[in-house]
Design a protein around this ligand. Structure first.
Ligand code: SAM
Ligand code: SF4
Length: 361
């Protein structure tokens, strides 16, 4: 699919044509990654952040946020809960928190692997290569780092450098791949200043990077960030991508068509726009992963990257029950095992494609 065709789909509004897009994505999802929906237990273990991203409520300049960092036993408790719920993976997510030592997290990763055997995904922002190496050696399996937009000017505007050092998330993804991580990335849909051409390039970049995991969700403006006012000002520009539910489904479906074997979550941001059926519709339009929240209730509200986040008041048990019911009601199966991306070839498996073993019998 070339760029013009991607743009045409992004601009499509005719219901029959869109039904065709949803069908193509759903058929390909079924054929390439099967009927299982993998559950990744999300642990938002710290909201400290040294960055000042223009879009995110956790930015350092937002003094309204009460900051927290969970201790080792709290994190291990959440991982144990993930195991007891039958999840195959835990995702350790935080702001770009420089307040813990790499060895502290390495020990936690080791303990999770020893006590639960779960796959471990990290989502910690931009980190030094030496730390990424340490965590890989401790047993981490995957790393999520959204490049947010492939437009370098727009990226620098919304994601200012720290200490004069420019970010290059796309290069960091390549480094992560070399270190042996399964790599995941993604973008927000409807960032002020994002054009249809930009979003088409983002989708092409997913294909170029040969991503194992792709997360796309709507941009949701947060009052305490500079992009809130920019969002309001951008709405009547004809080239501005809207941050709508429909546009997010199109991006999920196109990501599936461009990267057939990637693991693609139906995201919480999407569920925030449509709490009743957003998750289900994402799963029916190309997605095959959900990320139930395991963060203890006392911390959830403090991890407010955007307002009115879905599942903010629920406990881990409630999220688990709700996700399970929704998956089964769709006629899909609960994921079994770690749910590695069939796209991923670990360096030590170079001769032997993990993809050929997918979907499991
Ligand atoms: N700090 C790490 C990082 O930046 O990669 C991980 C945590 S960060 C909160 C995870 C993701 O949240 C970001 O990559 C971004 O895409 C998303 N996010 C932040 N603010 C958002 C907003 N206002 N609307 C939608 N998504 C947002
Ligand atoms: Fe920090 Fe990540 Fe939020 Fe940026 S998106 S402010 S790096 S938590």
């Amino acid at each position: 699919m070339d760029r013009q065709a991607i743009i045409q789909w992004l601009r499509e509004t005719e219901p029959n044509r869109l039904s065709e897009l949803w069908r193509l994505a759903d058929d390909l999802r079924r054929r390439e990654v099967g009927e299982q929906v993998h559950l990744r237990g999300l642990i938002e273990f710290s909201n400290y952040c040294r960055r000042n991203c223009g879009y995110c409520g956790l930015r350092i300049d937002n003094r309204e946020v009460e900051r927290y960092r969970m201790c080792e036993s709290e994190i291990l408790g959440c991982a144990e809960q993930a195991r007891s719920f039958g999840y195959g993976t835990v995702v350790l997510q935080s702001g770009e928190d420089c307040g813990f030592a790499a060895d502290w997290l390495a020990r936690i990763i080791e303990r999770i692997k020893q006590t639960t055997g779960l796959a471990v995904t990290l989502s910690l922002g931009e980190r030094a290569e030496a730390d990424l190496r340490t965590w890989k050696a401790a047993g981490a399996d995957r790393y999520l780092l959204r490049f947010e937009t492939a437009n370098p000017q727009l990226f620098e505007h919304i994601h200012p450098p720290v200490g004069g050092e420019k970010s290059d998330r796309i290069q960091l993804l390549r480094t992560l791949r070399e270190l042996g991580y399964e790599i995941g990335s993604g973008v927000m849909i409807g960032i002020p200043g994002q054009t249809f051409e930009d979003l088409a390039v983002d989708l092409e970049t997913f294909r170029e990077l040969n991503l194992d995991m792709i997360g796309v969700g709507p941009f949701i403006p947060h009052q305490a960030t500079p992009l809130h006012a920019e969002f309001m000002a951008a709405q009547d520009r004809p080239e501005q991508v809207p941050n709508t539910e429909a546009m997010t489904y199109k991006a999920i479906a196109l990501a599936r068509l461009l990267c057939p074997r990637a693991n693609i979550p139906s995201t919480t941001a999407l569920a925030t726009l449509n709490k009743a059926t957003g998750r289900e519709l994402g799963l029916q339009r190309g997605a095959n992963v959900v990320m139930p929240n395991l963060t203890p209730p006392e911390y959830r509200a403090m991890y407010e990257i955007y307002p009115a986040k879905a599942c903010i008041a629920e406990t881990a048990e409630q999220c688990h029950g709700c996700m399970k019911r929704r998956i089964l009601q769709l006629g899909r199966k609960l994921g079994v095992g770690p749910g590695h991306s069939p796209n991923f070839r670990a360096p030590h498996l170079a001769e032997q494609s993990t993809a050929s073993a997918w979907p499991p019998a």
